[in-house]
Design a protein around this ligand. Structure first.
Ligand SMILES: O=P(O)(O)OC[C@H]1O[C@](O)(COP(=O)(O)O)[C@@H](O)[C@@H]1O
Ligand SMILES: [Mg+2]
Ligand SMILES: [Mg+2]
Length: 329
């Protein structure tokens, strides 16, 4: 019998008492994800899920209907959980409620540009501990590095509703099959191959990249005729959750570097609710995650919506990228 998410969480909470609130929270998230997936599958029940909301989020993106729907669903789930702080991409400031032991950083809807295209999108979450000092100075709760995460994961709303999750002891994948009782473990625990055969990047930004990034991609593209001595394929979905899941299953490298566009000096992705939770899941599956130079999980975030360059995936390829990205000149 396949392991259920419920049994997995119960066992983790029994083994480590500090994971009890985490287990409770992830149960609420799983229920929220099922409702979000149902809304997507139904095409929004008359609403246009990709319709703009005439409002920008804190990162400067126009909010879409589904961003708001997902934010509401996970805010309600957080309120029903032992969560004291809710830091969301879709809210300018962290929302504080209750005196629970957890802080949640969340990207309620990842891949918003793909909503109307029926391509996989998702929700990414990171759970951090709340210490006494954070209650007296709440601004500090989201300045903890990713190494402090108690749990992290992401749901994928796609052909399958999946949960990729880590509580710090490996990464697991759970599937919610229609008609089944909740989420059950799906396939083997991901083990990211050391070497990559594919890369993922938005190559239309090439002219804005630093010379090191450009040199890296030129050498990947040169394949077996170039210095890398072998061919690489390219895949880019444009929803990080989907690009990442491919890497969990068959390796590869994803990068979103900083570039010369205004506002993109540190790339596009946000550290607290995109790169840190992804880095935790990736490391726990045997991969590596950096900002191009430093281990992602050790970087202290600058604030709730801080951006960071991001490179993750197969260990040897993340290391190879670092060589190019950090080379002077
Ligand atoms: O369109 P670009 O610049 O390639 O950016 C794509 C990236 O932006 C994101 O959509 C950002 O996430 P949001 O949709 O949550 O803003 C990632 O999922 C994706 O990897
Ligand atoms: Mg996102
Ligand atoms: Mg988002």
């Amino acid at each position: 019998m396949a392991l259920t998410l419920d049994d997995f969480l119960t066992a983790a909470a029994e083994a480590r008492a500090e994971l009890r609130p985490v287990a409770e929270t992830i149960r609420h998230f799983a229920a929220a994800a099922v409702t979000v997936q149902a809304t997507i599958a139904a095409g929004g029940a008359g609403d246009d899920l990709a319709a703009g909301q005439d409002r920008q989020n804190a990162g400067g993106d126009m909010q879409k209907e589904l961003d708001v729907v997902a934010d509401r669903a996970f805010l309600a789930a957080a309120k029903a959980s032992p969560v004291a702080f809710y830091g969301s991409e879709e809210q300018d400031e962290a929302v504080a409620f209750g005196d629970g032991p957890l802080a949640l950083a969340i990207d309620p809807l990842d891949g918003s540009s793909n909503i109307e295209t029926n391509v996989s999108i998702g929700t990414i979450f990171s759970l951090l501990p709340v210490e006494a000092s954070h209650r007296t100075d709440p601004a500090t709760v989201f300045r903890q590095p990713g190494t402090r995460q108690l749990a992290a994961g992401f749901f994928i709303y796609g052909p399958q509703l999946l949960l990729v999750v880590t509580l710090g002891q490996g990464t697991k994948v759970f599937l919610h099959a229609p008609g089944a009782e909740g989420f059950v473990e799906f396939g083997k625990a991901p083990a990211i191959p050391e070497d990559a055969k594919e890369y993922a990047v938005n190559a239309s930004n090439r002219r804005h990249w630093a010379p090191g990034v450009r040199a890296y991609v030129e050498d990947l593209d040169a394949g077996r005729d170039g210095p890398r001595g072998r061919d690489f394929g390219m895949r880019y979905v444009g929803s990080m959750v989907a690009d990442a899941y491919r890497i969990f299953r068959r390796g590869g490298v994803f990068f979103y570097p900083g570039d010369t566009r205004k506002g993109y000096e540190r790339g596009r992705l946000r550290q607290l609710y995109e790169t840190n939770p992804m880095a935790f899941c990736i490391e726990q599956a045997g991969g590596a995650a950096t900002d191009g130079a430093r281990r992602m999980l050790e970087i202290v975030p600058d604030g709730l919506h801080a951006r960071t360059p991001f490179v993750f995936g197969s260990k040897a390829e993340v290391e190879a990228a670092k060589g190019y990205f950090t080379k002077a000149g």
